[in-house]
Design a protein around this ligand. Structure first.
Ligand code: FMN
Length: 215
């Protein structure tokens, strides 16, 4: 008989004891990082998802104030909760701490100076992780979606933590790969910091123009 907390695995997949331990460890690390709200409460943050979505606004001017480690951990853990194709996690994150690299990334991003931000995360596609029986082009498409979603989850997490972000898509992929020392292709850079000024969110088109209802 199934116990309430028994794990459910995909059909045909029988985890070894080692797998089970790894899965439990991963879950407990994520649970600890994401489940600890004590610091958020002490900072009086509004982390309600819809409030976070409502107030998110791109920022290109960051304060030099460094970001607390506990916030960085949550931003990274949030990326790890994003859905991925087949759950193969076809992406990698490069946390760029090195200041020379950060400065070089500015050049690889069409000289956008704000790329040199307090927290710089480069999201790369890793299609080789996606062990699905599909053509390479499909696996590449999955990997870009995996990397993009992960960055979006981090972006919302950063907003929830009272930080601001700028998503950088205007990059020379080859240069970025060279700078961070990888063969993987980057999909975006997420630059994060405390904003100098908090701005109102930008307007959007009407929902009625956005949504195409097909009946
Ligand atoms: C795919 C994508 C690429 C982007 N690339 C850049 C970029 O290279 N430089 C930049 O300053 N902003 C970039 N942005 C940020 C957008 O300009 C910004 O999200 C948009 O103006 C809407 O503003 P909001 O984020 O405040 O709602 C990018 C955003 C996305 C989603």
């Amino acid at each position: 008989m199934k116990k309430k907390n028994d794990m459910v695995y995909p059909a045909g997949y029988k985890p070894t004891d080692e797998d089970k331990k790894a899965i439990e460890t991963r879950q407990s690390i994520l649970n600890v990082i994401l489940g600890d709200h004590s610091k958020e409460i002490s900072e009086d943050l509004d982390t309600d998802l819809f409030e976070v979505m409502k107030r998110r606004r791109s920022t290109r001017k960051f304060d030099t104030k460094p970001i607390e480690d506990w916030k960085i951990k949550k931003i990274l853990a949030a990326a790890d909760t994003a859905p991925t194709a087949g759950n193969f996690q076809g992406f990698e994150i490069f946390h760029v701490k090195n200041s020379d690299m950060k400065e070089k990334l500015v050049g690889a991003a069409n000289n956008q100076p704000y790329v040199n931000a307090p927290l710089v995360l480069v999201y790369c596609k890793n299609p080789s992780r996606v062990k699905l029986q599909f053509p390479k082009t499909t696996l590449k498409k999955f990997a870009i979606q995996d990397a993009t979603l992960a960055a979006a989850y981090s972006q919302l997490a950063a907003t929830a933590l009272s930080l601001s972000t700028i998503w950088i898509g205007m990059i020379d992929e080859k240069k970025v790969s060279e700078i961070i020392g990888t063969d993987l292709v980057p999909s975006s850079i997420l630059c994060i910091g405390y904003p100098i000024k908090r701005k109102y969110p930008k307007p959007r088109r009407n929902l009625s123009e956005l949504i195409h209802v097909l009946e």
